[in-house]
Structures are given as structure tokens and as C-alpha cells.
Write a new protein. Sequence first.
Length: 354
Amino acid sequence: MNTLMSDIKITKTKTTKIHDVDFDNLNFGRTFSDHMLVCDFKDGKWQSPEIVPYQAIVLDPSAKIFHYGQSVFEGLKAYKDTDDSVWLFRPLENFKRLNISAKRLAMPELPEEIFMDGLKALLKVDSEWIPKKEGSSLYIRPFIFASGNGFHASPADEYKFVIALAPSGAYFSGNVKVLIEETYSRSANGGVGFAKAGGNYAGQFYPTQLAVEKGYQQVIWTDDTNHEYIEEAGAMNIFIRINDTLITGPTSDRILDGITRKSIIDIAKAEGIPVEVRKITVTEVVNAAKDGSLKEMFGAGTAAVVSPISGFGYKGIDYDLPELKETYAAFIKKYITDIQTNKSEDPFGWRVKV
């Protein structure tokens, strides 16, 4: 297949919604642009993508997405610089991970040209929807789900790929207080924790609700065996700073290979920040909090980029982290967002112009 942006059929909306949007007060992922990209998989192959007005998707009640959960997604952002040029941040990593997730759920992998050319064409159509306010961006949600019908417990024979756009403000504001999980698990060895499968997130909601009821905002996930090792922070990867060393867990069947995570590791190495990719126990973190060597904890992901953690609870005891004037979290977040918004040089070649 050789899909080019000029080949993609575009049907524009007759009435734009953009004038009804307050771009200075955007919630995250609540407002949607005028158009979306759609592409169907049927008869054993992906069809031609189209850009259409943002609209509801009509499905048969027997569509397998409702019954067997074949659904994977990605999240990335588009930014405008002061010259109104549009930029993406490492989009091929999102494309690769989408296919890794699809393969694990027995779904058809997507050709690169449909993802990349389709995304760029959609961003050109809805470029006016990319906010320029500091901290804002155009959140991009590509996803694939089973649209084929039938109650038989087997992979579907038809799928739909969609890219939808949501101009958004900051994902989090302020620091987050978290609870280290002792009972529930986000994922298990041999499972789908490394995939961005919708069911992974559905399974997180109930334990997170329990944590919220106890006065926390998020859960720190631990391993499924003995709840001995720190793994992820809510829907994000986690970094822990002990003294001057930044530590994050290795990727595995259970831990998502986060694009922000990989970027932070590369930045730390380039900037001379000691960084270790290794297992870290809950006991090590608790002891570091007690002796004062625990300096920072933060989540890392596309939506928030970096989300500082102000304290954590474990076995009925709360531990506060110190308030530092200069933090790795603030330094790294600025480093990444400056690359994303074309405010600085990009020594890694991560920035992609649309």
C-alpha cells in the first residue's frame, strides 16, 4: 500500500464548533475538534483512510468490542510554536507501540503510512484547533477496536481505526498524593500490562476509587506476586529519586514501555543525572523516606509529561516528600516541553514537523 496524504478523501464539516470553545480554559480531553480520521479493516486488509466530520460511531449490539474487549489505543500531542508551525513528539514510537498492543490482542497491525500520513493530513485540516497557550496542546487519540459482529469468543473479522483530536489544557495541576497498593494488581506476568489495552485501565478504576476514598489521588502499583516492587504510578511510569540518583523499573510484561519514560532516561544520561533502570522495592522507598534520602517521586506519561508526587501512604502511615527549590521533575518537564514546542534545540531528533 502506498497511501499519500493527497490520496486521503476529506469530507469537511459544514459548520465548525471552534468559535464555541474557550481555549483559555480547556479541560483535558473534554472538547473535540471538527474532524476525525477513520479507516476500516475488512476482507483481510486495511481499506483507504478518510477524514470525516467528528461524529458518533454506529455499531451492531453484537460487535465484538462490547463482548471480548479487543481495543487498543495511543496518546500523543501536537504543538504550535510562535511561528504557527506544527510539531509532533516521537510519533513513530506511538505507531510502533500501537502495533505491539494490537498484535498482543490478536488484532491486525496497521501500516505506517495510514498512521503517519493520516495523522498529518488530519492535523492540517484541524490545525486551527491546536492551542498556543502555555501548557496546552492538541491531544491526539489513535485507537483500534473490534467492529466485527458475533457472540463467538474469537477475534473479530473487522476492525476500525480512528484518530480523534482534543484541544486540552494541563492534565494535572499541583502535586499528587498516592497510595502504595497492597492488594490489587494492574497486570501480571504473561498478561497484557505492556500493551495499551482498554481493559488494563478499566481494571485500575476500582482500586483507584478505594484510594480516593482514603484521601489519595492515585495508586502506586506493585508487582502481582508479593506486592514487593514499585511498578507504575496510576496510568503512568514512575521515577524515584534517592539522593541524586533517579531510579525507574525495567519494562516487562507488566510495565508499559512509556515514550516519556524512555525520553527521561535519555535526558538524564545526557545531562549527567545518575539514572538506574532496576527493580526497586517498597521497603527501599519507605526506608529512604524515613532516613531523608528520598528526594522526589514523579509519574511520567504523555498527558501530564511529569506529575510530581508530594507524598505516599503505605500500611496506614503517610510519608511526605521534601519541598525542594530545584527538582529533577521540574528540570525534565521543561526540557521535554521546550523540545516539544520548538523552544529549544532537539539534540535527540525527537521533534517531527507536520
